[in-house]
Design a protein. Structure first.
Length: 268
């Protein structure tokens, strides 16, 4: 009986999880009028028309912009957060606790408050209307540092590091050949999270970018339509195309993602 109840519960949860994707697919085949008539659960006849509208816009260029921004942000963020987390977890130096407390404290500052200062800083350096601010904001990510500190504390024994030092390894070689392979699940998990956040980022590009050729996917989807009519069918088609890279990433990284979550949950 318990197995039957568990199976039914999983079926219900799976149905609830899949339903938004089904509705998105159905809405991408309809026009705006049909969507507001409540026909979102039935397939329409305008899939090709909506796809043509999306492809005739600057969506493909925005797609490439988002790929560049998200991939670059993810690589730099994971690399810097891993090095910082390793330093805070395994080294002892003056003001380490104060430095770590400052990083944790920045997580408590509302995003909107920090965004004002960040925008002013980027304009001072004349980096507005470029893709650079969309990348820099993820490099010093406090969540990434916190995540790597907790994972390294629980997953990397101090004895391994000391043994490597006794054998003559320098600190850079220890980090590259010993630490990185051990923390691979945490790095994959952080990569998926940062890529998702960067890919879906809407507020920062909205206030930093005015040139259409620099639009990312959220801005491109928001601009679909005309001055007199919002084309929700085309927007749904754009969203459908936009989630394909995310689905592919989670399919190939799901095992490491789960391993990273479970291992990182264990505190030393």
């Amino acid at each position: 009986m318990k197995k039957v109840i568990t199976a039914l519960g999983l079926v219900v949860v799976s149905f609830i999880s899949i339903m938004p994707f089904y509705v998105l697919i159905m809405m991408s085949t309809q026009v705006t009028e049909d969507i507001f008539k409540g026909k979102m659960f039935l397939p329409g006849k305008y899939a090709i028309e909506n796809l043509t509208t999306v492809l005739n816009s600057s969506f493909l260029n925005s797609f490439l912009n988002s790929i560049f921004v998200s991939v670059t942000s993810t690589i730099l963020c994971v690399l810097i957060c891993t090095m910082t987390g390793y330093s805070l977890a395994k080294y002892n130096y003056k003001f380490k606790k104060l430095f770590y407390a400052f990083i944790i404290g920045t997580m408590m500052v509302p995003t909107q408050i920090g965004l004002i200062g960040y925008i002013m800083e980027m304009r001072f350096f004349q980096l507005n209307n470029t893709l650079i601010p969309l990348i820099l904001i993820w490099i010093a990510n406090p969540f990434g540092v916190f995540w790597m500190v907790q994972y390294i504390k629980s997953a990397v024994p101090q004895d391994i590091i000391e043994s490597a030092r006794i054998d003559g390894c320098n600190e850079l070689r220890i980090f590259i050949q010993i630490i990185l392979p051990i923390v691979k699940p945490a790095m994959v998990t952080l990569s998926l999270v940062i890529f998702l956040w960067s890919w879906n980022n809407y507020l920062l590009p909205l206030v930093m970018i005015n040139k259409e050729e620099l639009f990312t996917i959220p801005l491109s989807i928001q601009s679909l339509g005309s001055y007199y009519r919002t084309d929700y069918g085309a927007r749904m088609m754009g969203l459908l195309i936009a989630i394909i890279p995310l689905i592919i990433l989670f399919i190939f990284g799901s095992k490491n993602f789960i391993r990273g979550l479970t291992a990182g949950a264990v505190k030393e």
